[in-house]
Design a protein around this ligand. Sequence first.
Ligand SMILES: Nc1ncnc2c1ncn2[C@@H]1O[C@H](COP(=O)(O)OP(=O)(O)OP(=O)(O)O)[C@@H](O)[C@H]1O
Ligand SMILES: [Mg+2]
Length: 269
Amino acid sequence: MLSVALVVVGFGLLLARISKARINRTDASLQPILGAFDALGTELKSMKEQMMVKERLAALGEVSAGIIHELRNPLSVIVGYARVLHKTLEEEDPKRPLVEAILKEAETMNSIVEELRRFSKAESLKKEGFKICPILFGIRDNLDPSGERLFIPEGPDLKIYGDKTLISHALLNVIENALEVGDKVVVDLKVEALQGLQPRVVISVRDNGPGLKEEDLTKVFLPFYTTKEKGLGMGLAFAQKIVMAHGGKIEMENSPEGGCICRVSLPLY
Ligand SMILES: Nc1ncnc2c1ncn2[C@@H]1O[C@H](COP(=O)(O)OP(=O)(O)OP(=O)(O)O)[C@@H](O)[C@H]1O
Ligand SMILES: [Mg+2]
C-alpha cells in the first residue's frame, strides 16, 4: 500500500512539474504525449480516490468487527428471553403483541448485524475468465423476464477476469437499483485501454429515473445509506467492495439526458 502511495505521489509531482513547464500545447507533435499524460493524470487521481475508499473500508471493517462483537450476545439474550416470555402468554393476553413487537425489532437488528458482519469480512476471490454478456442476460431473465424495461446489447463478447458469483451479485445490485427508479434501463459495454495500463471492460448502466443530487453521488456507496422505506442501503456498498477487491472502479454520475449512469470497470481477460 505504501509503495503504491509513493508511486502516486511521485507521479503527481512529476505531472505538476510538467504542466508548469513551458510547453507549447498547440504543437501538433506533442499532442499524443500530452494526451497520454492527461490520461495518466486522470488515472492517478482516480487511483488516489480508490486508495482513500480502501482505507475508509478497512477502518469501517475494524469498527464494525467491534460493534458486532458487542451486539451479538445481548441481542441473542433479548431474543431468547422474549421467546420464553411469548410462550408463557395466553393467546388473548394483551401483553402478547408487545412481546411480538420486541421480537420483530430484535430480529431486524439481528439482520443488520448479520449484514454488517458479511460486509466487514474479507472476500476470498475465486478468479476465472468468464463472459460478461451471459451474466447480464441472466440478470435480465431474473429481474425483467419480458425484456421491456432492461436493454442489454447482444455484443461485444467480452470476457472479465474475476470472481463470477461476486461480480454477478455486484451487477445485480446496480441493475436492481436502476430498475427501481426508472422504467427504461440501458446497459452498455466497452473496452477502455489507457496507455500503459491493463485494459478494462466498462459496464455502464443508465436509467431514466430522477438522478441524484451532486452531494449524493458518492454517499450512495456508504453502507446503510438508503432513501428507500424497505431498503437496507447495502446494495451499492457491497457492489463497491466487490469491484474494488478486483482492482476495478465503480462510479455514479448523472446522465446529461436525465437519470443516473453507474459505471463499473473491471479487468479484461
Ligand atoms: N440509479 C439510481 N438512481 C437514483 N438513486 C439511486 C440509484 N441507485 C441508488 N440510488 C440511491 O442510493 C441509495 C443506496 O442504494 P443501495 O443499493 O446501496 O441501497 P438500497 O437500494 O436503498 O437498499 P438495498 O440494500 O436493498 O440495496 C438508494 O437508497 C437510493 O437513494
Ligand atoms: Mg439497492
